[in-house]
Design a protein around this ligand. Structure first.
Ligand SMILES: Nc1ncnc2c1ncn2[C@@H]1O[C@H](COP(=O)(O)OP(=O)(O)O)[C@@H](O)[C@H]1O
Ligand SMILES: [Mg+2]
Length: 387
């Protein structure tokens, strides 16, 4: 039996950003969105990104995604809020996902999730069904900017293999925050403090171990480079990662627990915690030159990111039967023809439903009928029948 590839087969948007309402039906083929600047292409990709846990591709406030302009329109009968509904085909079968801003929430920044018509406990439940990875123009600076962006990028890759990673991260961050609050404001209840540190140790080591495993396999999968895209050297850098290297997890846990206990006084003043997976960084190099990624040109850095994303898709396909959804915003247009062709070839080879945007429909012509072509104009979608 062959398992169906992860793909969105129907998407409806209601009051989401520039879309009053829109509906798109497609199949598992890659989706090409073309249209002028401001037409609504990135908004549509952002909507797809909300099918996975997290704050979406733009990391915006939930209320920011609400359509500005029509809540007082004469034909508007709904409440406030926005909604995305999708039918998604997954290796485990089709699933209906609904998500949006809580319409009753007032100032709420909570995102509600329904799966097959039933309310889910939280967004984390989405990780069981959908994995989404994206590259956006903002990520051109991923290697220059703060480590948090690189951790988020990597964690999103891990979600695809290990849906539990999202829950463990949240648990870790909650315990970290609560411990920092107690150390800062008191009162310090030693038993509660060690319970929080136990939770940080248990979830933190699991998070660090999952990342270590991911970078190891990613590096191996990308070791030859992917087509003309360069081979990256990838590793985790941080005190917790050193604790974990070449040591049984139990010993690493012991070391982490001790470091947290020893660090209480400093952490009380400095805030946060001096050690933990929230301090780790994803260190990427050009393998051939052993040169840090951030020293490459903008185009070279993008090529490294593409190599990582494609290697991940290949790996996920081999191990789970399906690659993740790929959201490639303005990626194809900035590649030379050879690399663009290689990108298309690799996407088609893994069978990933890649959502690609651009202003120029011409560059996607080589995909022909192997992709769904959608024209976006003033936040209206239409199937382009040019082939
Ligand atoms: N909450 C919102 N309500 C209404 N319009 C929005 C909202 N957020 C963004 N927009 C508008 O959506 C338009 C399309 O944006 P985008 O999808 O980024 O275009 P592009 O096709 O260039 O990727 C922009 O003109 C922007 O002003
Ligand atoms: Mg855009």
């Amino acid at each position: 039996m062959t398992h169906p590839t992860l793909a969105v087969t129907r998407l409806t948007l209601t009051r989401f950003r520039s879309y009053a309402s829109a509906r798109l039906e497609c199949d598992a083929r890659p989706v090409v969105l073309t249209g002028e600047n401001g037409a609504g292409k990135t908004n549509l990709l952002e909507a797809v990104s909300f099918l996975a846990p997290g704050r979406g591709m733009r990391r915006a406030k939930i209320s920011d995604a609400e359509r500005i302009g029509d809540s007082r329109a004469a034909d508007w009968t709904g409440g406030p809020g926005w909604a995305i509904a999708a039918q998604v085909q997954t290796p485990l079968g089709p699933v209906e996902i609904g998500t949006g801003r809580d319409p009753a929430g007032g100032e709420s920044e909570r995102r509600l999730v329904h799966i097959d018509g039933r309310p889910a406990k939280g967004q984390i439940a989405l990780a069981e069904h959908v994995a989404v990875v994206w590259l956006t123009p903002q990520m051109d600076r991923l290697f220059q900017e703060a480590a948090s962006g690189r951790r988020r990028f990597l964690d999103r890759l891990v979600f695809g293999f290990d849906p539990g990673h999202a829950g463990r991260l949240t648990k870790y961050e909650n315990a970290l925050r609560e411990r920092a609050r107690i150390l800062r404001d008191g009162p310090v209840d030693p038993a509660w403090l060690s319970a929080l540190e136990d939770q940080m140790v248990e979830t933190g080591i699991a998070v660090a171990a999952a990342r270590a495993e991911m970078v190891r396999r990613l590096e191996a999968a990308a070791s030859q480079g992917v087509g003309p895209f360069p081979a990256p050297g990838i590793r985790m850098a941080g005190a917790i990662d050193e604790l974990l290297a070449d040591r049984p997890a139990l010993e690493a846990e012991e070391g982490f627990r001790r470091a947290l206990a020893d660090g209480r006084r400093v952490d009380a003043v400095a805030g946060g915690a001096g050690i933990g997976p929230h301090k780790s960084d994803l260190a990427v190099t050009y393998r051939a030159k052993n040169m840090p990624a951030e020293l490459g040109s903008t185009g070279e850095q993008k090529a490294l990111l593409i190599a990582i994303v494609l290697a991940n898709a290949r790996l996920m396909k081999a191990e789970t039967g399906t690659p993740p959804l790929l959201l490639l915003d303005e990626v194809a247009a900035h590649l030379d023809e050879g690399r663009r062709q290689a990108l298309f070839d690799e996407i088609l080879a893994t069978g990933a439903q890649a959502w690609m945007t651009g202003t120029d429909a011409e560059i996607f012509r080589p995909l022909g009928e192997r992709a769904t072509h959608i024209q976006v104009a003033q936040s209206q979608l239409s199937h382009a029948e040019i082939w």
